[in-house]
Unconditional design. Structure first.
Length: 220
C-alpha cells in the first residue's frame, strides 16, 4: 500500500535530548533566570552546537512550559503568584495520591528500593550540590511512583517540577527548609513502609505545601 508519504528526515535526537537536558538544568538551577531572554547565538557558541539542533531543544522546553515566546524571541518562563500557588496545589494532590497508592500496591522489593532512594536523598540534602539534590529527589519520586504503579503521575510531576524549578531552587537554598525537608521525608518514608495510606497521603501533601510556603515567600 502506498500512502503517498515523503521519507522522514533523520534528526540528531541523542544530541537534542542531551542539549535539552542541559538547558533544563540551567533553568532549574537558576543559571538561566526567570524572565531572561534566550540568546541563541550565545548558546550556540558556548555549547558548540548548530542553531538547528538548539532550536529543536528550545522547542522541547517551550512545550514543557519552561520557555515562552515574546516579542523578541524566547524567554525563561516567569510565573506569577497565582500560577505558582496552583502548581503547588496540584503537586500536593498528586504526591498525596501516589503515596497512598504506594501503600496499597508496593511489593517488598519496592519497599527496599524506596528506602535506599530515601537514604540517598537524605545524604544529598546534607550536601551542597544542588544538581545532586535535584537528581536524588527525581530518583526518590520515580521509586515512589513505580511502587504505586502510577507512571502517569510521574510524568505529570516531572512537568510540574520543571515549571516550578526556580522556586524549588530558592526554597532548597534556605537552610531551615532543608532541615525540615529531611524530617518530613523521614516521616513520610516511615508511613510508606508501614503501609499507613492515610498518614502517608497527609504527610506527602504537607511536604509539598510546606515547600510551597517557603518558595512563594521568595516571590516579589
Amino acid at each position: 500500500m502506498n500512502f503517498g508519504l515523503s521519507p522522514l528526515a533523520q534528526e540528531s535526537a541523542p544530541l537534542r535530548r542531551k542539549l535539552a537536558a542541559t538547558l533544563r538544568r540551567l533553568v532549574e538551577t537558576g543559571v538561566l533566570k526567570a524572565g531572561t531572554r534566550v540568546i541563541e547565538k550565545d548558546l550556540c557558541a558556548e555549547l558548540e552546537v548548530s542553531r538547528t539542533v538548539l532550536r529543536e531543544a528550545l522547542r522541547e522546553l517551550e512545550s514543557e512550559g519552561l520557555l515562552t515566546a515574546g516579542p523578541r524571541g524566547l524567554f525563561v518562563m516567569l510565573l506569577n503568584r497565582e500560577e505558582a500557588e496552583n502548581l503547588y496545589a496540584v503537586r500536593a494532590s498528586l504526591e498525596g495520591l501516589v503515596a497512598a497508592q504506594f501503600c496499597e500496591n508496593a511489593g517488598e522489593a519496592d519497599m527496599v528500593l524506596l528506602k535506599e532512594a530515601a537514604g540517598r536523598l537524605e545524604q544529598s540534602y546534607q550536601g551542597e550540590e544542588l544538581d545532586a539534590l535535584l537528581a536524588a529527589k527525581r530518583a526518590f519520586y520515580a521509586r515512589l511512583c513505580a511502587g504505586a504503579r502510577n507512571t502517569i503521575v510521574l510524568d505529570l510531576l516531572e512537568r510540574l517540577n520543571s515549571r516550578t524549578s526556580q522556586l524549588r531552587t530558592r526554597s532548597l537554598s534556605v537552610p531551615a527548609r532543608k532541615t525540615a525537608s529531611i524530617d518530613e521525608i523521614r516521616e513520610l518514608v516511615a508511613a510508606l513502609l508501614g503501609r499507613d495510606s492515610l498518614r502517608a497521603r497527609a504527610l506527602a501533601e504537607a511536604h509539598v505545601k510546606n515547600a510551597g510556603h517557603v518558595a512563594l515567600a521568595t516571590m516579589k
